[in-house]
Design a protein around this ligand. Sequence first.
Ligand SMILES: [Zn+2]
Length: 207
Amino acid sequence: MPQCDYCESFECESRDDQEYLEHLAHEHMDELSRIDELKVENEWEGSIDSVVNPTGRFSPLMMGAMAAALVFVVGIAVVSAGSGVSDSDNAEMPDSEDNDWIYTQGTIEVTVDGEPVLLDERNTSEEFYVEDGSDIWRMNVPSEERLTVGESLVKLDILSSPAGQVSDDLVDDPSDAEIQITVNGESTDLDASLTDLDDLEVIVQTS
Ligand SMILES: [Zn+2]
């Protein structure tokens, strides 16, 4: 059985199951790796602060109850307004089956000759951007327009084309630059899709 990465006193069926994520949120919030932190955040769809009650204990059940209450209140509002709008028209939950947008995220690191590049200053688009002061990328696009690794790096002006030409805004002489791109530690094709929780690393070397 897999064990907890942080304390070895916890065993679980799978590192992705909710019990393990609850354990991480509960016991190890201060020491989680970026990826584990994102997994925990994803499990509770967004802000950890909003689901940790004042004693620091997680309460997903309470979240469920609150969500149900909200749906109930919205439902009453819709009914009493007599608008005839159906529930599905009102659904805006990211996990909704009607949802045809991608809201996905992961981590990114770009270095040029070993020096980290400040990525949040390079955002050009809300389709793919790096969150302020962080190493977290976010992709928000219609699902049929999921970006490839190459397209995502163009949005940060790391590449000037999705085919792999290094941007002349990143290095003085792109023709001399060698670029190495890995996703989750493995080298990747530029036309591979970037998916949830992917750990993207770009190493550029100039001669
Ligand atoms: Zn643990």
